[in-house]
Design a protein around this ligand. Structure first.
Ligand code: DQA
Length: 146
């Protein structure tokens, strides 16, 4: 099984950016944690992080041609604004789980909108980095029970 883990804008700044909200661990720490879990569960994983909406759209399109089986995506601020990213996820029709490190539902009003949520298999919020692991497990378990 092949998974793609996509992170949107400012998530490359994990560890530096608002540590009281997003924690002290870095993006590299997140990647290492996911890689270890992928190895433990015997799945392949590729990573993509970008601060650019179009680059994220391009990568989502590539997942179709690369025959990716599942996507874990934290679209970050684009969650609340991007029709293009939601359309790309619908276009490739690959099962995906939406992840947010913080509990977006308890934060500002502008974070209450998600353009991707209606099309996601599930949404995980407020579980820190563990949310990515939970999302991976949902996709892997679903594939194994298919
Ligand atoms: C986030 C929440 C978003 O509202 C915010 O813009 C982010 C990160 C999270 O992981 O909690 O950049 O997606």
């Amino acid at each position: 099984m092949k998974l793609a883990v996509i992170n949107g804008p400012n998530l490359n700044m994990l560890g530096i950016r608002e540590p009281q909200i997003y924690g002290k661990a870095s993006y590299a720490d997140l990647v290492a944690m996911i890689e270890a879990h992928a190895k433990a569960r015997g799945v392949e994983v590729t990573f993509f992080q970008s601060n650019h909406e179009g680059a994220i759209v391009d990568f989502i399109q590539e997942t179709y041609f690369d025959r990716v089986d599942g996507i874990v995506i934290n679209p970050a601020a684009y969650t609340h604004t991007s029709v293009a990213i939601a359309d790309a996820l619908k276009a490739v029709a690959i099962p995906f789980v939406e992840v947010h490190i913080s509990a977006v539902e308890t934060r500002e009003a502008f974070r209450q909108v998600s353009y991707v949520r209606d099309f996601a298999l599930a949404t995980v919020t407020g579980h820190g980095f563990d949310g990515y692991i939970e999302a991976m497990d949902m996709l892997i378990d679903r594939e194994q029970n298919a």
